[in-house]
Design a protein around this ligand. Sequence first.
Ligand SMILES: [Zn+2]
Length: 489
Amino acid sequence: MARDVRQFSDAEIERLVKFYEQAEREILDRINRALLRANKTEYLVQMKRNIEAILQQLREGNRTWCTDSIPRVYSEGLKNADAMLKDAGFSVSAGFGAIHQQAVQVLAENTFQRLQDVTQVIGRQAEGIYRDLALENVRGAVAGYETWKQAAKRYRQQLAEHGVTGFKDKAGRNWNMRSYTEMVARTTTMEAHLQGTANRLVEQGHDLVKVSTHRGACEKCAPWQGKILSITGKTPGYPTLEEAKAAGLFHPRCRHAYGLHIDLDKEIEELEAELDMQLETDENYTNKQEYGTIKIPIDKILEEAAKNEPQITQDMQRIVTQNGGRLEGLEFRLKSRSSLEEKATTMVAGGVDEENVLSGIYDVVRYTDIIDKQNFTSHYFSVIDSLKRNGYKVKRVKNTWTNKRSAYKGVNVVLEAPNGQMFELQFHTPESFDVKQNKMHKLYEEHRKNTTSENRKLELENEMFEISKALEMPAGIERIKNIDLLRGD
Ligand SMILES: [Zn+2]
């Protein structure tokens, strides 16, 4: 959590606490006045009425605070997530949709209930004081003014020491109004902020977050530092955010936060997908033995692709060339049978259902468009526009140039042709293409070998990042935003 976010929540919490402090002062003032005005019943009744009015103000204030502050803090949570996503190269165009409005409503209602509980406790305490005093008043009427003065003095002392609102909770902890209100405000604002962040990340298709680390972490949080958590519980193999919270992480005043986690292994897998054009010519690597067990209609997919491809290739050649680009490696535009089998096998091994494997492969037909870095961005938009005018639909855009965590640099677009064929179009600068085909490929080959040690793998990953860092970014590349209409397919 960034410092300004904490300061922001602190300001909201302070506002509520001040409001309660003022209410407490006013209640004390009313009681003291009643105590000083001697033992007249009408003063006590007046006191009771005044206190009720103050409590009514508190209830209204609770409502206002919940409907103001909770959405504000939640929105800060959204902004926090947007900053994480932006940092990772994703564009965020999502606003404050129905999911968020609903979440905020639930959070605000929840907080309101907890604050109403606080107000109720205060009300009960004030009621108790009134009853005690009324009783003294009756006694005083019998025993005389001196007795009343003594009782009043005793009460004033007691109130000065403990305030009107000291109470014990179910767990036996002592609270006063300030500490209790602050605790409720702190817990609920933290919850609103965490939920805003989590909901946005999930909405944008991200489930994994990593818990921050700091020195001197408390006992409850320490085991969670640096851990990767699943927000929804849908990613197998990770503890959930809820489990971590239930175990004490993100307690009130907790200084821990979480950041978007992008799985490096997954990045490497994606790099593998990008490199498979090269790999298929590599005879040393094959998974064919394992393929025997998978029953998928590979022939049908390849036949279909071979039938649809000529029209797409014709359009691609025309459109790319007209806009100053050049198609590279056109002879590899159809994925080979062995490469498709290979990819399907890897996907099944990675947990994808066999029935869904082929519908998840979009690059059976694929093209690479090379354009220099000065013209890259404008060329990209001209080509995409031309394709759209020719009936092509953009299904996914992945711009990894802006993703600091991706070693692979390129813009990969999945399109649907008018004939229904899905295919991939990659945009590269001559330099990024060279890195992908040559430098990265060698490192990657070593990385994927089972015999490569974990330490060596880390070295190789670092090397891949060093190489990609040395690439010059195409001008205006940040204008190419990620799009994903395939998620959930
Ligand atoms: Zn903590």
